[in-house]
Design a protein around this ligand. Structure first.
Ligand SMILES: *[C@@H]1O[C@H](CO)[C@@H](O)[C@H](O)[C@H]1NC(C)=O
Ligand SMILES: *[C@@H]1O[C@H](CO)[C@@H](O)[C@H](O)[C@H]1NC(C)=O
Ligand SMILES: *[C@@H]1O[C@H](CO)[C@@H](O)[C@H](O)[C@H]1NC(C)=O
Ligand SMILES: *[C@@H]1O[C@H](CO)[C@@H](O)[C@H](O)[C@H]1NC(C)=O
Ligand SMILES: *[C@@H]1O[C@H](CO)[C@@H](O)[C@H](O)[C@H]1NC(C)=O
Ligand SMILES: *[C@@H]1O[C@H](CO)[C@@H](O)[C@H](O)[C@H]1NC(C)=O
Ligand SMILES: *[C@@H]1O[C@H](CO)[C@@H](O)[C@H](O)[C@H]1NC(C)=O
Ligand SMILES: *[C@@H]1O[C@H](CO)[C@@H](O)[C@H](O)[C@H]1NC(C)=O
Length: 285
């Protein structure tokens, strides 16, 4: 029979080594709790998150979770649960994954509003909530995500204006918001995003002019504003761009003369201007 004095040090070692990954850092603890909170507040009919259990300490092995592991902490840097059949509202506790750089919840059945807590993700670079049933507005709080490069919210039922503050995310490269019910005008700040490559706002209910500076970024490749109620003319910068490859402005209320420079572009491979009130001549070349 083992006496108590021998058992106690053994137990101490066991408990200490088991709790080590939890004891080393607050960030590690918070990330694990945030993931368990996320799971507990959604519905997972296919058991896609069955590896996410409160008895498994190393959340870096959980389905869809990627970590940055250092000697002192494990932090979630990516969560990808795309196309896993999840539904419910997006739980606000996801805003506690403060080291996350990429969050992909696309192609699921999430509904309700986009939680403003996503604005707390200060390191996020890629946010993809496309192909869900999200409603309400795009939270202006996302403007706090200063590293945001890719924003995909297409195929949802989002309403209201595109928050002008979003253009404070100066590293934005891809903004894909098509097939929603967005209203109001396109924030002029989209014209001054120097790293912008692709802007797709098609099939919404946007009104007003195309921002005059749109196309002035030397990196812009793809602009699709088709299927809205935009008015005014085609801005000169868009027509003169030396990088633009795809320009789709079809089905709007655009008027005025088609800028001649548009047909001079050596980069454009695709132009759609149909169903507007534009005029002008198409050069023989
Ligand atoms: C773990 O989860 C189960 C089922 O959700 C719950 O009954 C149990 O209390 C949890 N245990 C801890 C330690 O949180
Ligand atoms: C991983 O964490 C270390 C230490 O905090 C940090 O220096 C490094 O940039 C992180 N790497 C990534 C890919 O986030
Ligand atoms: C998420 O996973 C899907 C399917 O495995 C993949 O197609 C997609 O590119 C991933 N998303 C990111 C941001 O890596
Ligand atoms: C985030 O984490 C803190 C500390 O663990 C906790 O108090 C708070 O309730 C969490 N926030 C959400 C929205 O879950
Ligand atoms: C988002 O996810 C969808 C579906 O998984 C994918 O097609 C798309 O390329 C991703 N990125 C953006 C910016 O929407
Ligand atoms: C996006 O929505 C349109 C209708 O609004 C639908 O026809 C299309 O299949 C959807 N695309 C995806 C990838 O779900
Ligand atoms: C666009 O190009 C035309 C013709 O080269 C030029 O007259 C005009 O000033 C240019 N506009 C801008 C905004 O660069
Ligand atoms: C078209 O390009 C030529 C050669 O680069 C230039 O001389 C001319 O001004 C351009 N025309 C317009 C309308 O931009």
């Amino acid at each position: 029979m083992i006496s108590f004095p021998k058992l106690i040090p053994l137990l101490t070692v066991f408990i200490f080594s088991c709790s080590l990954p939890l004891a080393i850092s607050d960030g590690t603890d918070t990330d694990r709790e945030a993931l368990l909170c996320f799971k507990s507040q959604i519905s997972d009919p296919n058991g896609a998150l069955s590896s996410w259990t409160n008895t498994s300490l190393n959340f870096c092995n959980w389905q869809g979770v990627s970590c940055n592991s250092t000697l002192t902490q494990l932090r979630v840097i990516a969560l990808n649960v795309s196309s896993t059949g999840l539904s419910g509202s997006i739980p606000p506790c996801i805003g506690n994954l403060s080291s996350i750089a990429s969050l992909d919840l696309s192609s699921n059945a999430f509904h309700g509003k986009i939680p403003t807590d996503l604005g707390r993700l200060g390191r996020i670079s890629c946010l993809n909530l496309s192909i869900n049933s999200l409603e309400g507005g795009i939270p202006g709080e996302l403007s706090s995500c200063s590293d945001l490069r890719v924003l995909g919210l297409w195929n949802n039922s989002l309403q209201g204006e595109i928050p002008p503050s979003l253009t404070q995310c100066t590293h934005l490269q891809q903004v894909v918001l098509y097939n929603n019910k967005l209203q109001g005008s396109i924030p002029p700040g989209f014209g001054t995003l120097g790293e912008l490559k692709a802007l797709d706002l098609s099939n919404n209910a946007l009104t007003g002019d195309i921002p005059p500076l749109l196309g002035s970024s030397p990196s812009v490749l793809h602009v699709d504003l088709g299927g809205n109620q935009l008015t005014g003319g085609i801005p000169e910068f868009l027509a003169n761009s030396s990088s633009l490859q795809v320009l789709r402005l079809k089905q709007n209320g655009l008027a005025g003369k088609i800028p001649a420079a548009l047909f001079n572009s050596s980069t454009l491979t695709s132009i759609y201007l149909n169903r507007n009130s534009l005029f002008g001549s198409i050069p023989p070349g």
